[in-house]
Design a protein around this ligand. Structure first.
Ligand code: IMP
Length: 201
């Protein structure tokens, strides 16, 4: 594989994360702390949308990390997240093209009108490519979908999701509070523990 920007190889502390979502980037960087500096696909010259055409979170995370590896030649990781529950949301493209969070939230509320069981679960899978190895990490949080949106933090379904043991939506929490219990926070802490154990700190 040819690195599109070989200068990024200069520091071991840098790791490519397959997202251009500023919220995700900030959440993950907060968990990684100072030990690693996240590099975005755009910073590596990868401007195109990274393909995610697989039927599972594992498949999509893996497809994204392998795509970035092929483009950059660098160690990298990708995450993929799904919100499961009644009536089930399996995709970013729930309401439309997947980038319209407000439309997704409106549709989710409409589909849950009159539905008593509002249990839901976020699950994140991370695929990490280091050297020749791929490692997967999972994070899950159980909770429920509330009746109306609350809060302005975060992104996506955050204004509608209240994790178990809490009385606020993710969108009413600071980034640190969300990371402490969230699907992505849990998966990223596993990734960090793995990297530390591997001596790549
Ligand atoms: P993806 O992992 O970026 O493909 O996310 C799939 C869908 O889940 C998108 O519609 C996101 O908005 C939503 N999503 C992913 N992570 C979160 C989260 O932490 N909070 C709320 N919604 C999320």
């Amino acid at each position: 594989a040819t690195a599109r920007n070989p200068a990024l190889n200069a520091s071991l502390m840098k790791i490519v994360f397959a997202t251009n979502n500023a919220h995700k980037l900030a959440e993950v960087q907060a968990v990684l702390g100072d030990a690693y500096e996240l590099v975005t696909p755009r910073m590596c010259g990868v401007e195109e949308e990274i393909p995610e055409n697989q039927p599972t979170l594992e498949g999509n995370a893996s497809e994204k990390s392998h795509y970035l590896r092929a483009c950059t030649g660098l160690d990298c990781f990708a995450d993929d997240t799904g919100l499961d529950g009644a009536p089930g949301v399996h995709s970013a493209r729930y309401a439309s093209d997947g980038h319209d969070f407000a439309a997704n939230n409106r549709l989710l509320l409409r589909n849950l009108e009159g539905v008593a069981n509002r249990r839901a679960r976020f699950r994140t899978v991370i695929s990490l490519l280091v050297g020749d190895e791929e490692h997967l990490f999972e994070g899950v949080v159980e909770g429920r979908i509330v009746e109306r949106e609350s809060g302005a933090e975060g992104f996506g379904y955050d204004p509608l999701f209240v994790p178990d043991g809490c009385d606020r939506t993710f969108a009413e929490m600071s980034p640190d509070e969300k990371n402490a219990v969230s699907h992505r926070g849990r998966a990223v802490r596993k990734l960090v523990a793995f990297l530390r154990a591997r001596g790549e700190k």
